[in-house]
Design a protein around this ligand. Sequence first.
Ligand code: AMP
Length: 403
Amino acid sequence: MDTILVVNAGSSSVKFQIFAFDGGGRPERQIKGQVDGIGSRPRLRAANVKGDKLVDRDFPADSVRDVPAALHVAGDWLREEQRITPLAVGHRVVHGGPDYDRPVVLDHGVVARLERYASLAPLHQPHNLAPIRSLMTNLPNLPQVACFDTAFHRAHGALADHYAIPRRLHEEGVRRYGFHGLSYEYIANALPGTAPEIANGRVIVAHLGNGASMCAMKAGKSVESTMGFTALDGLVMGTRPGQLDPGVVLYLMAERGMSASSAQHFLYRECGLKGLSGVSNDMRELEASADPNAAFAIDYFTYRIGLNAGMLTAALQGLDAFVFTAGIGENSSSIRARIAERLAWLGIALDPVENGRHASRISSAGSRVPVYVVPTDEELMIAQHTVALIWKHQPGQKRESAS
Ligand code: AMP
């Protein structure tokens, strides 16, 4: 059976998955792995779909210095020990800029264009693009596809897309893009099967993980997002503050002498649940903690979600359903219950038993707005896009395997 490799590359780790597919069928996940500790303590780990460990191996720091080297290590292991030579690669690329509203087959021209968006996502875009460039050089005939976190939101109307700043900055790319688009697209595609009665309605999807945002969807299309120009805006996250008066950043720079790069580090790494609690960025640890600041951080997290849900309900002019997804949304019944309490004014009420067992529909029979838990799968979304783009539209594509 043919396979494709799905790559999600960050600054210090590369996550990868192998999907098998035949013809027009849905790709089936085979292997999940990652190389982390790039440049410090490189480690390759992978498991099959049942969770059985396939490899757990350390490498000398010198041998895996950067993201392309990490992908190379994974490719060598796949080829030499698993006998897998993927026929195409699908990449998660955080920013598609103003132009890309769907996945795209990569060539040098597209990569050059995507490089221009590095300044819009400096922490992610360069790491996403580095392995693409390296594979293009080493395996020029290997088909590669980029799937963007911004693409699903590109159909937003002008009101949702603008900031109230001079228009020339909008033209330059300073826009409200929105992120987590692959997750929302997966949910939009899953809803007709999971909850057909609401799939065409007005739905808020809450992607609550280490990164967190909410999307207002109308008939499966994004109309508004809590995230904007960068993935800093909107909800409180593990280490990011969410919505913040820009005056705070001016204060940090003018009064506390922070440089742009230290402000960036502060905003991406030191704020959010971590900064507020002083305990952890991890919701499980906060829920287990007896520290009152941990309790406050959780309260604040749910309070801000409630406020933002009100905003998105206004954007949708009503609400037909609410969906939880991602690490916290899929796994924490207590956080879901707290959020539902804050949304009681919208007519939301949970069934504690269904919520406790993480059922698909967790609202009570009397809830005016039904509430669902839908596990997300961004990698499957990338795999599906890659198969569709490479094999449906270019069936005669010359094939070259990844290494
Ligand atoms: P993600 O970024 O989607 O992987 O989500 C990571 C977040 O989900 C972290 O804050 C975890 O603590 C949180 N999470 C995962 N499982 C649970 C759980 N059972 N209860 C509470 N939070 C959880």
